[in-house]
Design a protein around this ligand. Structure first.
Ligand code: AMP
Length: 510
């Protein structure tokens, strides 16, 4: 029997939780005794790897040997961290973080950790989810499932909720913002709509303080603190500390010594709120758009959950109060809710498989009968030729916010006489124009012999429970088939698509 484990692999901090023998999720502290582990990796000169606070503290003195915010690079084929003679992908760097969490927890529990649920922002696309799955495998974990962070957070709250409620999860972490609306019905969770901005998080608030201090330093001494990596890292840590102080106090001081100069800058909460107001406004706009896409208004929302360390900022709580007219629910620690929910999800999955000693939560809820329905956070389509407009078009097969897992089967037809092949291009995006979408996979179907115009083809498009795409195109008469495994297929950049002017040979049924 295996222990259910949930991991929140965060941009700035990560956390690991288990479901204990009483069915209560609990955070397992790391070897340093911390409940949150900084997602920072330090490569030492002898090629050993240090993860966590020690690495974070070294970010100042050994900046070139330290990797931070690697989550923002997940799925990016161009990101490589070079150290010594070795190159590391974002997956490999993330695997170091996962390994640290695994090893520390194993040591404390005296038990092997194998089966885990890892969380990702709801807004993560297929490639980033795959990269997260790979990171888990590299770390020697059996990833039961990748789930969305807000779903995990709601699960951490949701199993304690009784009755029917519509909940909005406002999740502002270190590097990402997500907003999710879900229906909680006696502990069962159904996601209604979700959206996010993976370039908005606590780090951006730190950046504003850094810019402010640097401006003042420059005005006085004529030197730029960003020119030196070590000084910049030092400034980053002081800015983050000042931001956190401003969550409980109304003013703070930031002292910087660099290039033989020293300055202390006073910063009030009011000033900080003013210099970051546009960042909060971006979260407001996204909430409005998610409400609209779900055909809901604030009046339909029963409660708001605050998730992510950045929701400790009073301005976030004020914003939520102002918009919703309600007091936000902070009953679960916002930094820990995601990992706790992931551990519950691991318990649910293992209980359903009959592979867990833990069958119910502390509140007596049966894990095996709990259901969670998630939705897609993007639209997925195929590239087709539209004979009316004489243009390539994104034909959406799985619309955004479809409950998952989902599968759609459709019939398409060849465009030309004597066609011998068909290009099968999978797109992610809402736009009709393929140039504004991301190509997530491409393959070619070869026919046994040339086919006439309007020859039928069957396309199956599926999105599995881990948020991974499986698609195929088939000539049903001969059984010739091309299967697209998105994981193995290289991705074309948008520039490449434009340059290639794909000769696409499939049209949609009229
Ligand atoms: P998470 O990824 O959810 O752990 O969130 C981490 C982010 O929360 C980082 O940007 C932290 O600086 C930020 N954070 C943590 N505690 C506070 C606090 N008390 N006030 C403001 N931001 C905080």
């Amino acid at each position: 029997m295996t222990i259910p484990v949930g991991i929140d692999l965060g941009t700035t901090y990560s956390a690991l939780a288990i479901l204990n023998q009483y069915g209560k999720p609990e955070i397992i502290p790391n070897a340093e005794g911390e409940r949150l582990t900084p997602s920072v990796v330090l490569m030492t000169p002898d090629d050993s790897v240090v993860v966590g606070s020690i690495a974070k503290n070294s970010a100042v003195t050994e900046a070139e040997n330290v990797v931070e915010f690697v989550k923002r690079q997940m799925g990016n084929p161009d990101f490589i961290f070079v150290h010594g003679n070795r190159e590391y992908s974002p997956e490999e760097i993330s695997a170091f973080i996962l390994k640290k969490l695994k090893q520390d927890a194993e040591q404390l529990l005296g038990q092997e950790i194998r089966d885990v649920v890892i969380t990702v922002p709801a807004y993560f696309d297929d490639l980033r989810r795959q990269a997260t799955l790979n990171a888990g495998r590299i770390a020697g974990l059996n990833v039961l499932k990748i789930i969305n962070e807000p779903t995990a957070a709601a699960l951490a709250h949701g199993l304690n909720l009784s009755g029917k409620q519509r909940v909005l999860v406002y999740d502002l972490g270190g590097g990402t913002f997500d907003v999710t609306i879900m229906q909680v019905d006696n502990g069962d969770i159904r996601v209604i709509a979700t959206d996010g901005d993976h370039m908005l998080g606590g780090k951006d608030f730190d950046d504003r303080i850094m810019l402010y201090v640097n401006d003042l330093f420059q005005q006085e001494f004529g030197v730029d603190l960003f020119e030196d990596l070590e000084v910049q890292q030092d400034l980053r840590q002081r800015a983050e500390a000042a931001k956190k102080t401003l969550s409980s106090r109304t003013s703070t001081k930031i002292s910087i010594s660099a290039f033989g100069h020293r300055k202390t800058v006073e910063l009030t909460r009011e000033q900080f709120n003013a210099m970051t107001a546009d960042l909060l406004e971006r979260t407001e706009l996204l909430i409005e758009s998610v409400l609209m896409s779900a055909n809901l208004t604030w009046r339909d929302i029963d409660s708001v959950l605050l998730v992510g360390g950045s929701t400790r900022m009073p301005a976030v709580q004020d914003l939520v109060r102002r918009l919703s007219g309600k007091e936000p629910d902070q009953s679960v620690n916002p930094d820990e809710a995601v990992a706790l929910g992931a551990a519950l999800q691991a318990g649910i999955l293992l209980a359903k498989q009959g592979n867990s000693l833990i069958l119910q939560t502390e509140t007596g809820r049966q894990l095996a009968t709990t259901t969670i329905v998630d939705v897609t956070s993007h639209s997925f389509g195929v590239q087709v030729w539209d004979p009316h407009t004489q243009r390539l078009q994104n034909q959406i097969m799985i619309p955004k916010n479809s409950p998952i897992p989902t599968e759609r089967i459709d019939e398409f037809y060849t465009v030309d006489n004597n066609q011998t092949t068909v290009d099968f291009v999978l797109l992610q995006g809402e736009d009709l124009d393929p140039a504004n979408c991301t190509v997530i996979g491409r393959t070619e179907l070869q026919f046994d012999r040339p086919k006439p115009k309007n020859y039928p083809l069957k396309v199956i498009y599926a999105y599995d429970a881990n948020g991974i795409i499986h698609a195929s195109i088939e000539d049903v008469k001969t059984g010739y088939k091309a299967v697209l495994d998105v994981q193995l297929t290289g991705r074309l950049s948008e520039g490449e698509i434009a340059a290639k002017k794909l000769s696409f040979d499939v049209i949609e049924v009229e």
